[in-house]
Write a protein that binds this ligand. Structure first.
Ligand code: UD1
Length: 356
């Protein structure tokens, strides 16, 4: 009997993780892709499906923006209906978003086994909504597909020892695949008015950094004082917050800052590979910077990707101008570069676990 697999995605980083896995899942069964609609703008969603050649979703839940309760609640209700109508043998969820937890809860209540890609990751800050989503989703999952040795230890400490598979990180698979396919990386960089090797790349979207004008103002001031060209693709959340203050005008006034719409995955990788430095609060980009050997300053007091800090490629800084600049100045990265996220073979390893 053909195995039926449902994969659920909804936010930008999840589309990237699905891209290398979907073809592998289709080797062992029929995959149905459900898009929750947590991200819905063209640049935040459809562009990723097009560039990464992910099959069109079979179902759109259209949950949209909203509070955490609204997003998780709408996903839970819509996923229950979806799972009753198309009862899969396994539900695959990714990462730590509200989509992940809402879908996992629905499956758990219906007795459908859950496989969690990127399980066991911990930032050790229970105030961060993603941490709640991680801990609860792991608890509900029959298969925890973990990216790192550290994640295996985190799960063991919480008493989760069976069904844990150290497969490596699918983002490495995604990155290698995209890089091999991108022929026009330099043109993608030059489209932003900078030359490879001569600029810093910056991205910000975490509520803790952008929702309140004070940290946001400090980050803008740090970008203003960076003393080299800065490419800054603006996440819709960040643009909305900047527009409410005079800070958008401040950024537009800096001659060295190149503001843009959110960019797709291929341009983001090209921009990152050509950057001298990354300034970010994105989880995924911290890892991608590490894989591409770009020094990273993360504007946060914690990271779920502590390995990158331990080996000297990532520095943490609070959202304060002087501390961000202090971390960024003269930062050239670490001395060694171990393959802590694996070798780009996570997707076939996940296929084999689910095939078993
Ligand atoms: C989610 C994830 C977070 C992930 C982030 C990636 C949770 C708890 N958080 O946050 O882990 O790092 O996505 O971006 O699930 N918006 C648009 N168009 C879109 C999408 C969003 O305008 O297509 C706006 C919305 O109005 C909203 C804000 O951006 O105000 C939300 O953005 P973001 O922080 O990305 O999304 P979350 O769903 O909150």
């Amino acid at each position: 009997m053909t195995r039926r697999i449902t994969s659920v995605v909804g936010a930008r980083p999840q589309f990237v993780k699905l891209a290398p896995l979907s073809p592998r899942l289709r080797e062992i069964g029929e995959e149905r892709i459900v898009h929750s609609g947590q991200h819905y703008d063209y640049e935040m969603s459809k562009l990723f499906f097009e560039e990464l050649e992910i099959p069109e979703p079979d179902m759109h839940l259209s949950i949209g923006s909203g509070s955490h309760a609204e997003q998780i609640g709408r996903t839970l209700v819509a996923m229950e209906r979806e799972l009753i109508d198309h009862r899969p043998d396994v539900l695959v969820v990714f990462g730590d978003t509200n989509t992940t937890l809402g879908a996992a809860l629905a499956a758990s209540k219906l007795g459908i086994p859950i496989a969690h890609v990127e399980a066991g990751v911990r930032g050790f800050n229970r105030h961060e909504p993603e941490e709640t989503n991680r801990v609860l989703t792991d608890r509900l999952s029959a298969r925890c597909l973990v990216p790192t040795e550290a994640a295996v230890r985190h799960l063991a400490r919480e008493g989760i020892r069976s069904g844990v598979h150290h497969v490596g990180d699918v983002m490495v698979d995604a990155l290698y695949r995209a890089r091999a396919a991108t022929k026009d990386a330099e043109a993608r960089v030059r489209a932003h008015g900078v030359a490879p090797g001569e600029y810093a790349l910056a991205t910000f979207h975490r509520p803790a950094n952008v929702d309140d004008p004070e940290p946001l103002g400090e980050i803008v001031a740090a970008i203003g004082a960076l003393g080299q060209p800065v490419v800054l693709p603006l996440h819709p959340r960040t643009r909305a917050r900047l527009e409410r203050t005079e800070l958008l005008g401040t950024l537009e006034g800096y001659e060295h800052v190149r503001l843009s719409q959110p960019v797709g995955y291929l341009s983001m990788l090209a921009l990152l590979e050509g950057a001298q430095l990354l300034l970010t609060d994105s989880g995924g980009l911290q890892k991608e910077a590490y894989i591409l050997e770009v020094p990273c300053v993360t504007v946060s007091m914690q990271t779920a990707w502590q390995e990158t800090v331990d080996v000297g490629w990532n520095r943490l800084a609070p959202p304060r101008r002087d501390e961000i600049l202090g971390a960024a100045r003269g930062f050239a990265g670490g001395a060694s570069h171990p393959a802590v996220y694996g070798s780009g073979e996570a997707a076939p390893a996940i296929r084999d676990v689910l095939d078993d």
